[in-house]
Design a protein around this ligand. Sequence first.
Ligand code: XLS
Ligand code: NI
Ligand code: NI
Length: 457
Amino acid sequence: MRDGGLAHGCTLGGMSSLHSAIADLPHVTYEGPSSTNPLAFHWYDADRQVEGKTMRDHLRFAACYWHTMRNGLADPFGRGTALMPWDDGSNSLANAKTRAEVFFAILDRLGIEWYCFHDHDVAPEGDTPAEAASNLEAMTDTLKGLQDGTGVKLLWGTACLFAHPRYAHGAATSPSVDVFAHAAGQVKRAIDATIALEGRGYVFWGGREGYTTLLNTDLYQERVQYARLLEMAITHARDNGFTGDFYIEPKPREPSLHQYDNDVESTLNFLREFDMHEDVKLNIETNHATLAGKSMGHELRVAAAAGMLGSIDANMGDEHAGWDTDRFPTDLYLTTDIMLVLLEQGGLGNGGLNFDAKRRRESMEPVDHLHAHIAGMDTFARGLLGAAALRADGRLREFMAVRYASWSEQLGEDILSGNATLASLEVHAATVGETRPFSGRQEMLEAIWNDVVFAAT
Ligand code: XLS
Ligand code: NI
Ligand code: NI
C-alpha cells in the first residue's frame, strides 16, 4: 500500500481532491539509526526479521480514527487547536467522507496497515436510529472502498456508548430499559459495520458503565445488565458470521467515578462470573493501567497468564497527571516490557498495537500526525529489538528458573499436586531447620536489562 491508492491530490470515488495540507506530506521511509531526518523511521524497518517474523507482523500497528481525525485537541480549559483545514466542521456525510479520505492518506504516508474506529467517529449520529443506521451504512461503503483501494485492514470496531446525553447514566448499565434498547441497537449496527469491513475484533469499552454515586446505584443489577448486552452482542455477531475476537478494555475511571471494568483482574472476574471467559479477551491500554495504579507489565502478565491477552491500546500516561493523557508511547522501558510479554506468549493472534494516542495540544500542525506516529513506531521497534535481545541473552529467564527451582523438587511437586498437608510440612520445616537468606538481586537484574537493551538498540 506504500505507493497505493492515494497519490498526491488524487480524487477517490468522486470525492473532493485530497487537501493540500495532507497531499504535501512526505511518505515516511526507513533510513536507519544514523539518520537525522525527523520524517523518517530510524528503527522501524517493516521487513526486518526478528525471531523469524517481520517487524510488520510482530508489531501490527493500527491508527485510531477518533484521536487522529476527530480530536481537535481541546482540553477542559481551552478550545481545540488542531489545524484541520479539510474539515468544514459540519456533521454532513460529505464532510465525513472527506475525513475518511484524509485518514487513509495519513495511513499511507506512514505505511500503517490497520485502523480502529467508533461508529460515530466515522459516521454522523443523525437524529434518529434510522438516520444513524443509514449514515453508518454509507460510511461503511466509503471505508470499504478505501480499504480495497489501499490494502488497509480493520483491526477492530466499536460503538461510542459514552458521548450522547442519553447515556449519561450508563448505556448497558442505564437504569432505563429504553436507554438499554438504544445501546443494543447501536451495538448491533457497529457489529454489522465491523463484519462488513472484515474487522478482526470488536471492542467494548464502558466509559459510562459505572457510577458517580452509590446513593443512586445498584451495582449488582447494573453488572447483570452489562453481561446481558455482551451476551446479545456475541450471539448477534456469531450468528452473522463474525469470526474475530471480542475484547473488553479495562479502565478504572474517567468519565465515571468508578467503572466496572476497573482493571484486568476485576474484568477477568466479571467474565468468569458470567461465564464469558471463553468468548471475550482483553484489550489493554497503558494509560488505563497507570490510572488503575498498576504497571502495564503487571496488567499484561495477569491477562497473559489467563490466556486472555488479546490486543493493546498503545499509548502512555503521565505519573503526574491523574487522567487519561493518551500520549504517544515514547518510553523505551515500557515498549520493551510490552514486547517481552508479547514475544513470550507468541504474539497477539487477531490483535495489534493500536495507537489510542493523541498529539499534545501544542502539536497542532498536520505534520505532527507523522511525527507522533513515527515516535511511537520507532519506540516500539526498538522495544521489539530490546525484548528479543533479552530473550537471546537468557540471563533473566535463567535467574527466574533458578529462583523457583525448589518447586520442581519432590516436596514442591507434592505441595502443588495436593499431596502435602500443614502437618506434613510442619514436620519438614522442623527437619530442615532455618532457611538460608537469599537475594532477589533486583539491582543486578536491572543492570543486566540496561546493558542488554541499550546495546541492542
Ligand atoms: C478511552 C478508551 C477508548 C477505547 C475505545 O479512554 O481508551 O478510546 O479505546 O472506546
Ligand atoms: Ni483505548
Ligand atoms: Ni483511554
